[in-house]
Design a protein around this ligand. Structure first.
Ligand SMILES: NC(=O)c1ccc[n+]([C@@H]2O[C@H](COP(=O)([O-])OP(=O)(O)OC[C@H]3O[C@@H](n4cnc5c(N)ncnc54)[C@H](O)[C@@H]3O)[C@@H](O)[C@H]2O)c1
Length: 347
């Protein structure tokens, strides 16, 4: 039995608790959160010990793994404390508040020989997994563009970060993962409309080193929830609907163009639309199961600390571009901030 704990049992942490409680070969050992009502409510529900302080939980309990779902500014402190006690860590996304903090967490986990995985949960969405598989098989041919839309009603309860840190993190990780390429330049516009401290809207463009263009359309201002990714290439377009876990392929038309005059123009027409049949799963459950497996087998986790650091670096660069009102050259920004070694660059 793998002995699991959860630190921070708010909006997302409570789901980690529920899933550890139901996973095979995992025993939910304890939870920690200073919020008494939250902590005690879950303690009663799952009949598990609950602590106001994570230090006390580590002192009293023996844990193999822990999920860390505290506010992002605390990720570093809590992760380092867990690693210090020899506990393997799954930290929610974004990995940390700064690239430097993320690098320290990665270094400490490696030095202790412990697993550090980051909760980029969309990697475990069946539609995304199927898309990755089909892209790797070359089904789209040459890829031109990837377009991500992540629109939400205003989440009044999120006070500590803006929409770039909260939502764009997902898409930045996914683009890098799908395209297998690093960003070359970034241009972003952000606006603060309803939030009293941080940006709640992002319109951004990323040129990747392999020539593919990424478009980010992300906000907390839309009355309906949309989580979509479109990837267009030589043979057509894939569309992922993250919420429904659906994957579609819009084929280019194979029929000859009937008008000779029109055939003079190079272009594509509408072909069949295919919706793939997929087995739906709860992505967070798949994520936690993958974390447990990587820990038990001592294998590299599906989302490494370095993946988390890269996604966070992209978040920071999107924000910097918007703040400066300029196109940001990634190489220059990375060099100016001394991030190259932390990002694993071979200089
Ligand atoms: N993967 C995802 O899709 C996803 C979704 C939501 C949140 N998140 C991430 O999870 C983290 C938490 O977000 P949330 O929305 O659940 O926040 P939240 O505010 O709902 O919950 C955070 C919890 O941490 C507790 N906490 C604060 N200090 C603590 C401490 N020292 N020790 C133990 N617990 C402490 C709070 O009392 C609260 O219950 C953030 O980093 C966020 O970015 C990820």
């Amino acid at each position: 039995m793998i002995r699991a704990g959860v630190i921070g049992v708010g909006a997302i942490g409570r789901h980690h608790v529920r899933i550890y409680n139901q996973l095979d070969d995992v025993q939910l050992v304890a939870i920690a959160d200073p919020d008494e009502a939250r902590r005690m409510g879950l303690a009663r529900l799952y009949k598990t010990p609950a602590y106001a302080s994570f230090e006390e939980m580590f002192d009293r309990e023996t844990l193999d793994v822990v999920s860390i779902a505290v506010p992002t500014v605390l990720h570093r402190e809590v992760t380092l404390a867990a690693l210090e006690r020899g506990v393997n860590v799954l930290v929610e996304k974004p990995i940390a508040a700064t690239v430097e903090e993320a690098a320290e967490m990665i270094k400490r986990a490696a030095a202790r020989g412990l697993t550090l995985m980051v909760g980029h949960v969309e990697r475990f969405n069946p539609a995304l997994i199927e898309l990755k598989r089909r892209l790797a098989a070359g089904e789209l041919g040459h890829v031109f563009q990837v377009y991500a839309r992540r629109l939400s009603p205003f989440p009044a309860y999120i006070r500590d970060v803006g929409v770039v840190m909260d939502l764009a993190t997902h898409e930045l990780d996914i683009m890098r993962y799908l395209l297998g390429s690093e960003a070359e330049r970034i241009y972003a516009e952000t606006e603060r409309n309803l939030h009293n401290l941080y940006e709640d809207m992002l319109a951004g463009t990323i040129k990747f080193e392999n020539g593919i263009v990424g478009v980010l359309d992300i906000n907390w201002l839309t009355p309906t929830k949309v989580r979509e990714l479109r990837i267009t290439g030589e043979r057509g377009m894939f569309l992922v609907d993250y919420l429904k876990q659906d994957l579609y392929f819009y084929e280019n038309s194979k029929a000859p163009n009937p008008w000779d005059a029109m055939a003079l123009f190079r272009g594509v027409g509408e072909g069949n639309v295919l919706k793939f049949q997929l087995n739906k799963v709860e992505p967070l459950e798949a994520e936690l199961a993958a974390f447990i497996k990587a820990t038990v087998n001592h294998t590299e986790p599906a989302v490494t600390g370095l993946d988390g650091l890269h996604a966070l670096a992209l978040v920071q660069m999107v924000l910097a571009s918007a703040e400066q009102g300029q196109v940001l050259r990634v190489r220059d920004h990375v060099a100016a901030h001394g991030w190259a070694e932390m990002m694993g660059a071979k200089t």
